[in-house]
Design a protein around this ligand. Sequence first.
Ligand code: SF4
Length: 181
Amino acid sequence: MAKIKIATDWLAGCAGCHMSFLDIDERIVQLLDAVEFTSSPVTDLKHPPKEGVDIGILEGAISNTHNVEVAKQMRERARFLIAVGDCATFGGVVAMRNLCGTDAALRRAYLETESVCGGVIPDSQELGKPLEMVTGVDSVVKVDLFIPGCPPRADAFFYALSELLAGRTPVVLPPELFLYD
Ligand code: SF4
């Protein structure tokens, strides 16, 4: 039987959700019998292949124009899209920027922080332009499943993928998976 293809990518986040995914430990061997990881930010192939994947996983908030492009590309290439973590679900800690506004946050981070000498606000065509508001992924693309948490527990990742591999679509995760350390 053909393996289920999975691609992951990240937006504005801290990589913690990807690290938590890896915390499924030896169960990843069990998963690898049934799935093929085609791309991720930590592999040679960074973005989902043009021919598409069965499951796309996005970590991180929508914070800049580059995040929008990456989210749309994953949506176009993934039949089922999972938003993992609080940042991808509703903006998470990245959305704290909304409290003061993007310009004030950039000034504070790059010009006014006490340790900064001769700071410059980054501005390059290679970087996305910051958006006025930080949001979850579903503000720009349709999301099929949310796995909240900061980060979500490894058990939540494993549960969701196991259900999908069994042909079931989890709509709400079991309450015991919403316990956070
Ligand atoms: S939800 Fe938490 S762990 Fe995941 S990217 Fe955001 S800050 Fe990092």
